[in-house]
Every structure is written in structure tokens, then in C-alpha cells.
Design a protein around this ligand. Structure first.
Ligand code: SAH
Length: 398
């Protein structure tokens, strides 16, 4: 396994054009006034934007003469769909987006009977270098702007509202930061995105705090900052090993922030917000799925306001690793539960569309950067997964 360097500071590249979603309400009103229009037009633009309306012709509450100028200045198209793949009878849809500079990111919309969740990207690529993750293996291209992140959720909300997903028109209820990138390494933009996701109309999508999940590799200073924000979103921590020796190799940032520090920071978040955090653990055959490690993880988390979300590894091409077989998964679950730790296993949504973690973008980058294009994985055990429990589990709450 090649060891990639950790990259905490994103390369500086040309900024995407300014967008309404990058601005606070006050800034947007000032920008509209500067263009010679009454400030309240900013609220009208915001209402259209968050409803997914991009065609100026549909903005009938704006004077015809102002529509093109205002949308041109404040609602530039930032995300161009390159490809959409569907699975699960159309209820899982993965979109690959091209950004203004050609960078590629992806988001996945998953509709369940009781909710619709979009998994969004916060960076193009990722600098965290986790060896089992397709995105991590391709390195960090750049941070996304707020509007580039928010736009993925807005597109999902519009797809749901517009009845594009089988099951009739519906509402986007959940957002998870589990696409490409490390959200806490792009902190200011992610914080502003959270405000847009949680904000009421016309300046937001009006989602509830508990239905938004920020998943982090364990950047302790970022977890501490998030704790101070007073936004009780759900925190997910990608632990993947209960001991530093193994975690140093699976999650290289562990060489800087150790298991106990990460868990302490998550505990402080839970204490402050009253919200149970989620511990992500990719089950990798014979690497981190031993019964002793389940017990160690159980002892680490017993009595804490935490629950474990086990993810059978979705093997990436070229990786020597595989998902844990079902009996090992069951044993792991049983041992954690014996320690009183609530535990669920994620389902296999999107497995035939490279539904996990940067694989679609990695496949598309294949020709450009010399990595082999990805084959669709054909796992022998339940594999990828973005969320939701299989019957093994009980109560996934993202
Ligand atoms: N940077 C964030 C978001 C990453 S993706 C984080 O580290 O949490 C969301 C989850 O998918 C993380 O827990 C990540 O470790 C996990 N993941 C990445 N690649 C995977 C793979 N090949 N199989 C299973 N889970 C994977």
C-alpha cells in the first residue's frame, strides 16, 4: 500500500465565480443594491435558488429586465452534471459534477420510505490519504466553495420536489457530508453550508439539525470548533480502529490526533449538544475485524453517548483488502452490543454504481491522471454502503 502524504492545506486554485450562496444575507443585499436593484430582490433570488429554479424566465416576481442581470451576477451555474447513475430502481442516484475549473465531485441521493438523504462532497479530492478510500488515494485537488457544496444539496432537494425520484414528489430530509473530502479541513465553507442547510426559507433549506451529519476523519481542532458553533448537527467520526497502532496505518491523521483525543473531542461535542455521535468503522477482513478489536472498541465506547456504524469495506481497485465476511460482521456486532454499545451495519445502497466514496470521480479521472479506470466492484459479501441498516442492525439514525 503506497503511503501518501497528508495534506491539510488545500492548494490554491482559481476561485469559482461569486454566488449568492457564498454570501450572507446582508452581503447579498448589498451586492444587489450595488447592481442598482432594490435590496429585497436578494430575498427573491434566494427563494428561487433554494427551490432549484435557475431559469430566469421562471422568476416572474422579478422585473423581466432585471432577471438576466441578477441571475448572471449572483446565480452562476457552478455544478454541471457530467453523468447520473441510478440504482435500486432509481431510488439511489449518483451524480458526477464538473466544476468551473474542470474539477470533478460527486453526490448521491438516496430515497427511503421515510426519508431522502443526499451524500455531498466538501472538497474535490481529499488530503487525508486513508489507504482504503478511493478519494484519499487520488489526493486533494481543492476546497469547494460554499455555493459548490450547498448546490449539491439544492439539486437533490429540487430533484425530490420535482418528482424525479420514483415515489412521487417528496422532500429532501437529510444531508450527510460523506462524499469526497474532509469537511473539517474546509471548515469556514462547511460552517456556512450548515447555516444554509439549516436556515429557514428563503435563505436556506430548512433542514433539522439532527438530520444533517458531518463526518470527519478526526480533525480534533475542527471538532472543537464545531462544538463551539452551537449547531447540534450529528457528528460522525471515522475511527476504523480502536488502537493507535492500527489506526496510524488506516487513518494517517491519527499520527497527529490519537484515538483517545478524537473520542474525547467527540464526547465533548456530545456533552455540549446532547446529541449522540456516530463512530464509523469500515470492517476490513483480517485487518480490523478481529473479536479482540470489537471488545477493545466496546470498552472504549461503553457508557458513552455514541453508536457504532459498521461499514463492510467497499474494496477499491488495486487494494489488497476486502470486506469482512458475514460471520465476522455478526460477531463484531454481537461483541459491541454485549458492551452495551448501540451498533448498526450499513446497507448496500448503490453498490452497482460505485456508490461509495469517490469511486465515480476516480473512474472518470482515470484517463487524466494515469490511474486505472475503476471496474464496478463485484463483492462476494455485502459491500458498499452509504447508510441505512440491514436487518443485522437496528437503528441507524443518519
Ligand atoms: N472525510 C470524511 C468523509 C469521508 S467518506 C471522513 O473521513 O469521515 C465517509 C465514510 O466512508 C468515512 O467513514 C470513510 O472512512 C468511509 N469510507 C471511505 N472509503 C471506504 C471504503 N472503501 N469502504 C467503506 N467505507 C469507506
Amino acid at each position: 500500500m503506497t503511503a501518501l502524504p497528508l495534506v491539510l492545506d488545500a492548494p490554491r486554485r482559481g476561485k469559482p465565480p461569486r454566488h449568492l450562496a457564498d454570501l450572507t444575507r446582508e452581503e447579498a443585499r448589498a451586492a444587489v443594491a450595488e447592481l442598482g436593484h432594490p435590496a429585497f430582490r436578494a430575498d427573491q433570488l434566494a427563494r428561487h435558488y433554494f427551490r432549484g429554479v435557475t431559469d430566469p424566465a421562471q422568476m416572474t416576481d422579478l422585473p423581466a429586465a432585471a432577471r438576466e442581470a441578477l441571475t448572471g451576477a449572483l446565480l452562476p451555474g457552478l455544478l454541471t452534471p457530467v453523468r447520473t447513475l441510478s440504482a435500486d430502481g432509481g431510488r439511489t442516484r449518483k451524480t458526477l459534477w464538473r466544476l468551473h475549473d474542470g474539477a470533478l465531485v460527486e453526490s448521491v441521493l438516496m430515497r427511503y420510505p421515510d426519508r431522502a438523504t443526499v451524500c455531498i462532497s466538501s472538497q474535490a479530492g481529499c488530503g487525508m490519504a486513508c489507504p482504503f478510500c478511493a478519494t484519499g488515494q487520488n489526493g486533494l485537488t481543492r476546497n469547494l466553495s460554499t455555493a459548490e457544496i450547498v448546490g449539491q444539496a439544492v439539486a437533490a432537494a429540487a430533484a425530490m420536489a420535482g418528482g424525479e425520484v420514483p415515489g412521487g414528489p417528496g422532500r429532501l430530509s437529510n444531508v450527510v457530508f460523506m462524499g469526497m473530502g474532509e469537511p473539517l479541513a474546509n471548515y469556514p465553507r462547511v460552517r456556512q453550508t450548515l447555516r444554509a442547510l439549516l436556515g429557514p426559507a428563503p435563505w436556506g433549506l430548512g433542514l433539522s439539525q439532527r438530520s444533517v451529519t458531518v463526518s470527519t476523519v478526526g480533525l480534533v481542532p475542527g471538532i472543537r470548533k464545531l462544538t463551539e458553533e452551537g449547531m447540534a448537527v450529528t457528528l460522525a467520526v471515522s475511527l476504523h480502529a480502536p488502537d493507535d497502532e492500527l489506526r496510524d496505518t488506516l487513518v494517517p491523521i491519527n499520527t497527529r490526533y490519537k484515538v483517545t483525543e478524537v473520542v474525547e473531542a467527540a464526547d465533548a461535542y456530545a456533552a455540549r449538544t446532547g446529541r449522540r455521535y456516530s463512530v464509523e468503522y469500515a470492517l476490513i477482513r483480517d485487518v480490523n475485524d478481529q473479536p479482540e478489536r470489537a471488545d477493545q472498541l466496546g470498552r472504549l465506547l461503553a457508557g458513552k453517548l455514541a453508536h457504532v456504524n459498521l461499514i463492510p469495506l467497499n474494496p477499491t481497485p488495486g487494494s489488497p483488502w476486502d470486506a469482512s465476511p458475514l460471520p465476522a460482521q455478526r460477531e463484531f456486532v454481537a461483541r459491541l452490543r454485549a458492551h452495551g454499545v448501540p451498533t448498526t451495519v450499513r446497507d448496500t445502497r448503490g453498490q452497482d454504481i460505485d456508490g461509495a466514496c469517490g469511486q465515480l470521480a476516480a473512474a472518470d479521472l482515470g484517463d487524466d491522471v494515469g490511474v486505472p479506470a475503476l471496474a464496478v466492484p463485484t463483492p462476494t459479501t455485502p459491500a458498499p454502503t452509504l447508510e441505512a441498516p440491514v436487518p443485522l442492525g437496528a437503528e441507524a439514525d443518519v
